[in-house]
Design a binder for this molecule. Sequence first.
Ligand code: GAL
Length: 650
Amino acid sequence: MKLGVCYYPEHWPESDWAEDARMMREAGLTHVRIGEFAWARIEPCRGEFDWGWLDRIIDLLHAAGLEVTLGTPTATPPKWLIDAHPDILPRDEHGHPRRFGSRRHYCFSSRTYRAESSRIVEELARRYGEHPGVTMWQTDNEYGHHGSDESFSSDAVEAFRGWLAARYTDIQSLNMAWGTVFWSQTYNGFDEIDPPGATVTEANPSHRLDWRRFCSDQMCSFNQAQVDIIRRYSPGRPVTHNFIGDFFRLDHRDISRSLDIASWDSYPIGLLSESQAPKEHKARWLRSGDPDFAAFNHDVFRACAPRWAVMEQQPGPVNWATYNAAPAPGMVRLWTWEAFAHGADFVSYFRWRQAPFAQEQMHAGLLAPDRPPQPVQEEIRQVGHDAAQIPALKQSRADVAILLDYPSAWQHEIQPQGNLRGPLEPTRAVYTACRRLGLNVDFVFDDSDMDGYKLILLPSVPVISDAAWNNLKSSGATVFATALTGSRTIDGRIPDGLAPGPLRPDLGLRVEQLESLPSFEKCSVRIEDKNYGSGRWHETITTDAEVRARFSDGSAAWVRSGRFQYLVCWPEEDLMRELLERLCRETSIQCRDVGPDLRLRRAGDLTFAFNYGPDALDLSQIGAPADSGGYKIGSRHLAPYSLAAWNAGL
Ligand code: GAL
């Protein structure tokens, strides 16, 4: 449970540094991330290095007892480098270069940039790899942010063709997989294929799916090259990358194989403002963020690597959303503890001092632009005091898991069949429904060990690989899937024998037709003598499985065959909760509705409660101790935007 901060010494006079370090210690911080945008200060001209300032700040932080995470500066190639090698710039789908003057202005496939990235990382790693103050490395900054996951440069085209040739070996296999006979798209060789951009109408979906895979792979191999160099010069020091929250074009699981710690950047208020959530939702959690946003990402990154962390935590209003509300007092402490309760190694705040210049002038820091500490530092100190009451937190396998599959997210983006609020909307909705029932949730990937789960949920996951299905089958868990699951092969085609693809034989059902419906068209599902809402997707099936619930017209809505269950529509909130409660009862999982604002997390013997809402809550109503003696943090009277922790379960 370590606390850190992101610091830009190059933004401030050197005479401020010692006092900054002293104030960081005083605030209870032990870790400082530096360097990730400082290439132009490290190497002002090609081959001329100015190491002096970096040597001095690392020495100074180390002497002050602060551990340094050193970022490789490759998210911001300097102007002299771009001018010498304009082929580094990423190109949009029309082939126009994106320009210098912000950040992330490089193409992952640029051969020049790969060489330059390795060169600067090697210089840095050689110089600081064994420095006792540098205890962790961060590669680059937020791969893929600002649309930088895609580039249509000539190097990218060539790399994509090579990637396709390696995947398909011969062009006929690619033509078959993509169905290029449709609209005369047949290719005679890999060198005829372009990335799927700027087409007159939609490009071939299988082509797009492979493009997503390729772009993700390019980010992975770019990262791997940096990690290899760092490990050579800095053995034994963990390497991390700070992923963007809520961004699923990069297969985090895949890239995390090369990392020791998967870290992510948590901006709950900014991202809620930018999301497509309804107005009432945005209003309710304007100053606290969606109650499941941070936890969702925590649980994703927890599943990706043996260790995970929050590298950037929003400490006040940000600058980049349309509206930038300030967090309610208490939220920074709450977010910090929620991360620890989910198993974070550390939480680091972005940023130390607000910059009175350039792009992020309106982004809060822990210090005002003219230096006085911001009141949020009190919350951070409070985290330190709380921590004295809390033993090392243990994480254990949850009863419930959700299958997270990146190609499926890409498939939803490519052919959404309806108005999805982002490719992971079904996954998020199921996650929220579980959390509303007070459950701990794990994410699993297709190749994860799934043994020991009681219930595994497949929230409209179109691509079910053979590996996923074999693991699901051997897990012993009850498996519950919703419409569209198994509706595509890994190539993005309708499976032979139709949906739900590999689930078909075990479930004993076949989807004959799928319709997608606007939000004003609802179908009601009857369970016992009550009707529940469903919409968006509605499948007509033939089945010999047991029908557990029907639509009002008598057709099958929910079926079961042994351990496998399938819902042929998308459940509205009431139906989702009813189904989950039933599934929990049937699989002996304890749950209860904790309401819209309260969220729980069990870590070892401790239960944490987080109040994301504006009203005080009485925790004794959910079975928490009534007397204050049982609490490590807080009491049963849970103030708005506050937390409590006590021994023993729900
Ligand atoms: C992150 C980024 C930081 C900073 C921050 C502002 O996406 O990694 O460098 O820009 O946003 O909120």
